[in-house]
Every structure is written in structure tokens, then in C-alpha cells.
Design a protein around this ligand. Structure first.
Ligand SMILES: Cc1cc2nc3c(=O)[nH]c(=O)nc-3n(C[C@H](O)[C@H](O)[C@H](O)COP(=O)(O)OP(=O)(O)OC[C@H]3O[C@@H](n4cnc5c(N)ncnc54)[C@H](O)[C@@H]3O)c2cc1C
Length: 462
């Protein structure tokens, strides 16, 4: 097995991957385009936070770094929905003992880099990857400090350089390499709710707050210092869009009208609105995720997605774990990379489908009484028959079920729930044994016909 690893990008995926490779006894060098974030103001100031869930934790546990991350993570067992009139509704994500966690991106990245360095990784900052050889494990970096190019050789290149990956760009020279990108019509902008003067949180700490307003949506995740990092999702064009909100007056009027209770939490709202950038969101797909036996993509470089399921980082961490498991299985690197590409691609697609789907759920459905009732029924059924039903959100956030499988099961569940939701007077009947019995019957029938189908397919094959 080859031993000299070069990772491009010291972001979340690159830093965790380094820990996996170091644990195997490999030599690891990481080349990062940016300056060392530990020496700049990036971490101390505002840095966005991310929701970490089960598959992220699983990957962290495997290299024994989860305990360090727990120190900077805030559990969020529920979302709190903020209505137009300021009234609040709690929606638990799963059972009472299940939570997703808010972690600061900068803090987590610094932690993983520190741990990787402690284990022996060498990180070279201000080194931008500008070329990857097409026939051997060789890369060219532009060194910002010396303003010179350097050529680096290794045994395995790991492209962890994010959505606009230079490594993937070079892989595109492969015959039949597939690539597509799709931007949604919404963008996002970050805003910060400051802490109270005594450092406490202005709104409930242990929750993800959400203001769903159809075409617009605001979310807020808690930070340890009492502040909240908020993200406004809005179309780039059209009524009240980013393009149209071009004066202080328009911004203040928009927020007071659409998010009245939120507006009161940020004294310098319009200043922040104009100071902070507006960013786009897209889905980037490619295949294969490897090149010969010496180059592989992990994280956003392979499967950048829109952030509505809070799974991009979790999926990137899962890439590291799965790649490591495949390396465990056999020695031939080419075969490992082929198996990795094959195994992960369908899950990348599943992740992207789920992410787009959750955009609709979050912006439209979290405020829809029918949707809320459906979730209550699913939750009740799942508690009665946990072996027969895991709600989609729980499957994605609280288990390691492959994304592609979760997506397929989720779509089947949706169809099945249509039958339950069409029961007359379901609003009144939902809590009765009758409804649970009917649901059990439908689930059993669906399982029976799925089994039959499999049998037919099997005998057709034979
Ligand atoms: C608004 C928003 C909210 C999100 N919320 C969540 C969430 O709640 N939960 C979740 O799981 N995910 C979330 N995500 C997704 C998550 O941020 C990404 O999936 C994750 O950062 C991917 O990690 P990465 O290491 O692959 O890429 P990145 O974090 O982008 O890191 C790539 C690194 O490579 C470096 N680099 C780039 N080009 C080069 C080059 N040419 N040479 C050398 N270095 C280079 C970059 O400087 C960077 O350090 C969110 C994303 C967005 C945009």
C-alpha cells in the first residue's frame, strides 16, 4: 500500500482525512490555498456554524476526536418555528434524547488541523493547487509567499479543495468524465444576533430557529458566546429579492414586514445586510471520483450541495470513514478507488436529492398544519413500530443509513402517508388506534409486494 499522501485543501474534509491517513501510519502533507486561519482574525470574529449529526459524529469517533468536538458543540434537539405573529412552535427532530449539534466552522476546522499536526501532518498554507498531472501522482502549487510554482510528488492525491476544486478541474481532462453544475435561484446572506450584554442567548439556546416564509426563509443556529449565526435565504431576483433590497429603508421595511420578531433582535440589521456578502448555492455532480490509482476526491469537490439538510460536512466526513474502511479491506489502490467512486457516487446523488427536497420542506412545509400533523402521525407510528418505520429526517440525521437508501425509503413513505392523510377527518382521528392499525396494514402490504417484486426479479435473472 502506498504511503505518501498529499491532501489538497485544509478545510473540514481535508483535515479529517489527514487524521484517518495518519492513523494508518502514512505520511501526510496538506497544501492549503489560504493563509493559516489560526493566525488571522477569521476564527475570533464571525464564523458560520454548521449542524453536525450522527454520520459526522461516527466519522469523528472512528479517529477518536469526537470528545474534543463535543466541547464546542451545542445540542439542538428541536427546531423552533417563528410564526408571522411571533408565536413559537417546537418541532422535535426525533426522540427527546436525539439532537443535531451546532458547531462553529472555524473552531472545528482549527481543532482538526491542530489534531492533524499533533499526529504528524505537515500543513503548507498559501499554496494554491494549479495543476495535477494526468499520468502520475504529481501536482503543481503556486506559493503565494515566494510567488513561485513548486512541483510535488506523492503516492496518493486527495482532492479536498471544495466546490470549486482545482483537482476535479484537472480530472475533467479524462475521457468520459462527467460533470454538471446547477445553481438554484436563491442565494444566502449571513446575519448575526448578538448575545445579551451578560453573554446569554437572546432566544432559546438549544434549538435551531426557523422563520419559514415561502419564498424566503431565515434560520438561526446558536453559538457558544451567546450569539446566533443566522442565514437569510432569498431569491436573487424578483419581489423583495436581494437585488431589490438596495436601500436601508427597503431592508428595514422588508424585515419588519416579513420577520417582525427577528428584526428586534439585531440593532444594526441593515448595516450587516449591506456589509455581508450574498452568496449563491448550487449542486455540483461529477463521476468518477477518482483518477487511476493515485487521485481521489472527497467532500464538496465530489458532491457540493445546497445546505438545506445540513449534511454537506457530515457527508464529507462520511467519505473519509468509507475510504478508510475500503483501504482496510484490500491493498490494491486502484481497486479501492474504483470501489470508493462506485459506492459513494449514488450517496452523493442521494444527498443532493435530499438537500433540495428539504428546501421545500423547510421553507413551505414547516409552517403547514397538514405537514405538522403528518410528522406527528409518523412519529407516533415509529414509536409503536420502530422496526417498521424510521422517519426520513431521523434516518438522515440520526443513523448512518446510506443517503441513497434513505432517499428511496423516504419517497416510499411519502406515498404511503398520502393514503393516511386522505382519511376523512384525519385531524380528529389521527391519535386513534384505528389510524395506527390502518398504517400498519398499509406498511405490511407494501413490504409484502416489495418482497414479491424482488422474488420475480430474482427468478427473471435466473
Ligand atoms: C451556508 C451553508 C451552510 C451549511 N451548513 C451545513 C450544515 O449545517 N451541516 C453540514 O453538514 N454542512 C453544511 N454545509 C456544507 C459544508 O460547509 C460543506 O459541505 C463542507 O465545508 C465541505 O468541506 P470540504 O472540506 O469538502 O470543503 P471546504 O470546507 O470548502 O474546504 C476546502 C478547502 O480547500 C481549500 N482550497 C480550495 N481550492 C484550493 C486550491 N486550488 N489549492 C489548495 N487549497 C484549496 C479552501 O481554501 C478550503 O480550505 C453548509 C454550507 C453552506 C454554504
Amino acid at each position: 500500500m502506498k504511503k505518501n499522501i498529499v491532501i489538497v485543501g485544509a478545510g473540514l474534509a481535508g483535515s479529517l482525512c489527514a487524521l484517518y491517513m495518519l492513523k494508518r501510519g502514512y505520511q501526510v502533507r496538506i497544501y492549503e490555498r489560504r493563509p493559516d486561519m489560526r493566525k488571522t482574525a477569521l476564527v475570533a470574529g464571525r464564523s458560520i456554524n454548521l449542524a453536525l449529526s450522527k454520520r459526522g459524529w461516527t466519522a469523528l469517533e472512528k479517529v477518536n476526536v469526537d470528545e474534543y468536538v463535543r466541547d464546542i458543540a451545542i445540542p439542538m434537539p428541536k427546531r423552533i418555528m417563528h410564526d408571522d405573529d411571533g408565536s413559537l412552535t417546537d418541532q422535535y427532530y426525533g426522540n427527546e434524547d436525539q439532537a443535531i449539534f451546532s458547531v462553529p466552522r472555524g473552531g472545528l476546522n482549527v481543532l482538526l488541523m491542530n489534531l492533524a499536526e499533533k499526529e504528524g501532518a505537515k500543513i503548507f498554507f498559501n499554496h494554491k493547487c494549479i495543476d495535477v498531472s494526468f499520468d502520475k501522482a504529481e501536482l503543481i502549487f503556486y506559493n503565494n509567499a515566494t510567488q513561485k510554482n513548486i512541483t510535488i510528488e506523492c503516492d496518493l492525491i486527495v482532492g479536498a479543495d471544495g466546490a470549486y476544486s482545482a483537482v476535479r478541474d484537472k480530472m475533467m481532462r479524462q475521457d468520459r468524465f462527467q460533470f454538471s453544475q446547477f445553481y438554484i435561484e436563491h442565494g444566502y446572506k449571513e446575519l448575526l444576533i448578538p448575545a445579551n450584554p451578560d453573554g446569554t442567548h437572546k432566544i432559546e439556546k438549544n434549538a435551531l430557529h426557523i422563520w419559514p416564509r415561502g419564498n424566503f426563509m431565515l434560520i438561526a443556529l446558536p453559538n457558544l458566546d451567546g450569539s446566533y449565526t443566522c442565514t437569510l435565504f432569498s431569491p436573487f431576483e424578483g419581489n423583495d429579492s436581494f437585488e431589490k433590497l438596495d436601500t436601508t429603508q427597503k431592508v428595514n421595511e422588508f424585515f419588519s414586514r416579513v420577520f417582525p420578531d427577528f428584526t428586534k433582535l439585531i440593532p444594526d440589521l441593515s448595516d450587516q445586510f449591506f456589509k455581508n456578502p450574498t452568496s449563491s448555492m448550487g449542486i455540483f455532480k461529477c463521476y468518477p471520483w477518482h483518477l487511476n490509482d493515485y487521485c481521489v476526491l472527497i467532500g464538496d469537490s465530489a458532491h457540493a450541495t445546497v445546505p438545506f439538510y445540513g449534511q454537506g460536512m457530515n457527508a464529507s466526513f462520511e467519505d473519509c470513514r468509507i475510504l478508510d474502511e475500503l483501504i482496510n479491506d484490500e491493498d490494491d489502490l486502484k481497486s479501492i478507488l474504483i470501489r470508493y467512486s462506485q459506492a459513494r457516487k449514488s450517496n452523493g446523488d442521494g444527498l443532493q436529492d435530499l438537500s433540495l427536497h428539504n428546501f421545500i420542506v423547510m421553507r413551505d412545509k414547516t409552517a403547514d398544519p397538514k405537514f405538522l400533523l403528518q410528522k406527528k402521525i409518523e412519529q407516533k407510528f415509529s414509536k409503536l413500530h420502530p422496526e417498521k418505520w424510521v422517519p426520513l429526517y431521523s434516518m438522515v440525521s440520526f443513523t448512518n443509513t446510506p443517503y441513497s437508501e434513505a432517499w428511496k425509503i423516504g419517497m416510499k413513505q411519502e406515498k404511503l402517508m398520502e393514503q393516511i392523510m386522505s382519511i376523512e377527518n384525519i385531524n380528529e382521528l389521527w391519535d386513534t388506534d384505528e389510524v395506527m392499525k390502518k398504517m400498519l396494514k398499509i406498511v405490511k402490504n407494501t413490504q409484502k409486494s416489495a418482497k414479491k417484486c424482488k422474488k420475480v426479479q430474482k427468478s427473471a435473472k435466473n
